[in-house]
Structures are given as structure tokens and as C-alpha cells.
Ligand binder design. Sequence first.
Ligand SMILES: [Zn+2]
Length: 231
Amino acid sequence: MLAGIYAVLGISALVAAYFGVGIAVRVWSQNRSAKLRGSGVLAITYDDGPSPELTNKILDLLKEFDAKATFFVIGRDAEAHPTVIERIAAEGHTVGWHSMTHLNQWKTSPLRAWRDTTRVPPILTSGSTRAKVYRPPYGKLNLLTVLAFLKLRLSSVHWTLVSGDTYPEVPDVDDVVKALDNAGGGIILMHDMKRSGPDAEERNRFVLGLTRSILELRRQRGWKLASATDV
Ligand SMILES: [Zn+2]
């Protein structure tokens, strides 16, 4: 009987540690990011790419404004499109690590979570295209993913404002820009993956339109642009 109680308590403690550490690090990361609000510092970030078409269009736009951003890339897509990764790095942007296949760390086994975070393809481990910062898929962390990004010697960065480009209803660009302006800076999250479906073009246009609008806002406000490695 007593052994059974100890076993239940032990398993509960393990489960609490597994998820609890991840939640604690996420809260810490979000609080750290939140300090950018009102600071006049803006970090522009794109997740889930690269995709040859959209990522290259974003890079053209950033070049037009002489602006730098951070791209949290998926390993599988980085391997498929190395020239886009090379362009991101060559033009002075930051390459970030966003896992090999974008598994939700709360919905997969510990072993798969560990492997998906630590299996970094060679293009992202050395040279100018080395990933310098980590963002967990869906913002979800567990004990093993925390240990994994520490093993990779990366810090984990969340965001302060979601663009809404993956929401069922894409918001108005003006509303997102207004929210960013009211916040006075922060870390904005957009996505540059290859989209499918009937509204893919509309969503890509939203990302490009929002990027242009926030770059214009940043210019008007005189905000400083930061890499995700600096926040
Ligand atoms: Zn993602």
C-alpha cells in the first residue's frame, strides 16, 4: 500500500518537473521579452521557414528598408533550401533554431522531443549560417527541451505580439500596427513558411503588408531594431 503511494508520488513529481520546468522557463522568457514594451526597441521575427518564395520576398523588403530581422527556421526546410539560409545570413539577419520538424513538445514523447530539438542540421551549426538563438515550436517547453537548448548553448526567446497570420481569421494590418505602436516596441512574431490552401496567397500578402507597415512605423517612431539574440 505504502509502496503504491510512494510510486504515485514519485511519478507525480517527475511529471510536475517535466512540465513545470518548461512552464517556468517560458514564463521567465516571456517576462524578459515583455521588458521591451515601451522601450522603443523592436525585434522582427519570422518562424517556420524558410520558404523560397515568401522568405525571399521578405528579404527584399527588409533590404529596401535597410532593416534586420531574425528567422527561426525549421531544420528540415533549412536543409531543403540552403541558399535561402545563406542569403538570410549574408544580408546580416540572425538565423534562429526552431527544431527539426516542429513537434509540439507537450504532445510528443520525451525522446522525440529531445531528438527534434538536438538534431540540428550541419548548415545551422557552423559558419555564418549557424543558429544563434532558439524559439520552441508553439512556445511549448518541457524539461528535456530546456536541457536541449542549454546543451546547444542557445537562449530561448518568445515574443510579445503575435501577428495573427496563422489565425483562422487574419486580422487587419492596421490593427496589428496599432497594437505594436501602443506597446511602444517589443518582439513581433510572423511566419514565413510555405503555405498551402486557398488563402495561402492572402496570408502571404498579409505578412508582406504587415512587414512594410511596421518598418514604416519603426522609421516614424525612430525605434531601434534588435536581433532576437539581443533581447
Ligand atoms: Zn513555429
